[in-house]
Ligand binder design. Structure first.
Ligand code: COA
Length: 333
């Protein structure tokens, strides 16, 4: 699914992110499961991840990130007309985490709902809100990727527990004024024939948690890592190429690629295939691990706030996740 032309251009007016204080290092994990800092760093690039406190929910992480994005955008909570939270770890199955965020922010005029597209959720939310703004339905939108993956991690499975972390990232989207940057092209896709590669099998209607299966870890993430790896590289490369082509850009025009932060080897493979030099690819997964829907949003905010790109620069975001799902966006900042 793709789009290029909009009636009204839409820009990113502000970004924000929040990660919990508690750092869980590879060394600490190695004291709990049969792994090592060396194995985790070599295979993934991850050094440490953040873990939310007990009583700190996904909506709390999301709200903290959102406040920073609003502040940078120079907008008040009452100016926001749409809130989309992308998450696979909602506070509650219903109501949506976005409703909790709306209340916490005092964004009483906003329509608020969640979307579930795993690690691709933030860019799915970007495309949906861009379209709703460019169609004239809303002026200002707040999109958030937020996860408390520590609550769905099997802490005794070394093949997955070393990978994930908690955090949130947010962006404020609004109509662009003449001369401002804009979201130039977007792409998203899904392959539902590969749901089994990465899933939380229990806790839904297909496999409710019962007193009989409560200790089987069915409510935690399970993954066929090697298969996921292969699809991640191919799909992200294709999605990024599509938005670059639709934007009419060449690889050498791109100031910064911000990919999903899951595995450094995946990121290196994509940079190689896109012919974008590694120094133009933003990486922060060594600090946070894979925070699913939050990952690209946190990376966007860190890159923005540390001056990795400047107004007018061409940047590409590209993500991949369970579903399987993938998405990309070409943005003139
Ligand atoms: N520490 C030490 N050894 C580990 C380990 C760990 N944390 N996890 C797995 N191993 C072992 C395995 O048991 C296996 O041992 P064996 O050869 O004796 O059977 C060996 O390491 C290799 O495992 P494998 O799964 O083949 O490793 P890999 O090179 O594929 O790396 C991942 C595993 C998960 C890092 C990698 O597959 C990956 O990153 N996949 C994509 C994950 C991803 O991006 N998911 C999110 C998408 S949104």
């Amino acid at each position: 699914m793709s789009e290029t032309k909009s009636v009204i251009d839409v820009c990113i007016a502000g970004t924000g992110s929040y990660v919990p204080e508690r750092i869980l290092s590879n060394e600490e994990l190695a004291a709990k499961v049969d792994t090592s800092d060396e194995w985790i760093v070599t295979r993934t690039g991850i050094k440490e991840r953040r873990i939310a406190a007990e009583g700190q929910f996904t909506s709390h992480l999301a709200t903290n990130a959102a406040r920073k994005a609003l502040e940078q955008a120079g907008l008040a909570a009452e100016d926001i007309e749409l809130i989309i939270v992308a998450t696979i770890t909602p506070d509650t199955p219903t109501p949506a985490t976005a409703c909790h965020v709306q209340k916490a922010l005092g964004a009483s005029k906003a329509v608020a709902f969640d979307i579930s597209a795993a690690c691709s959720g933030f860019l799915y939310a970007m495309k949906i809100s861009k379209r709703l703004i460019s169609d004239g339905a809303f002026k200002n939108a707040l999109i958030i990727g937020a996860e408390k993956l520590s609550s769905v991690t099997n802490w005794s499975d070394r093949s997955t527990c070393v990978l994930f972390g908690d955090g949130a990232g947010a962006a404020v989207l609004r109509r662009a004024e003449p001369g401002e940057g804009s979201i130039v092209a977007t792409e998203m896709g899904t392959d539902g024939s590969l749901t089994h590669l990465l899933e939380i099998p229990g806790g839904g209607t297909a496999c409710p948690i019962t007193s009989e299966n409560v200790n089987d870890n069915l409510q935690t993430l399970s993954m066929l890592g090697k298969e996921v790896f292969k699809h991640a590289v191919n799909r992200m490369k294709e999605a990024a190429e599509k938005v670059i082509e639709r934007a009419g850009w060449q690889p050498e025009d791109i100031a910064c690629v911000i990919p999903h932060q899951a595995n450094l080897r995946i990121i290196d493979a994509i940079a190689d295939r896109l012919a974008v030099p590694n120094e133009r690819v933003f990486v922060n997964l060594h600090k946070y691990g894979n925070t699913s829907a939050a990952a690209v949003a946190i990376a966007l905010d860190e890159a923005n706030r540390t001056g990795v790109f400047k107004r007018g620069d061409k940047i590409v975001l590209v993500v991949f996740g369970a579903g399987l799902t993938w998405a990309a966006a070409a943005i003139e900042w």
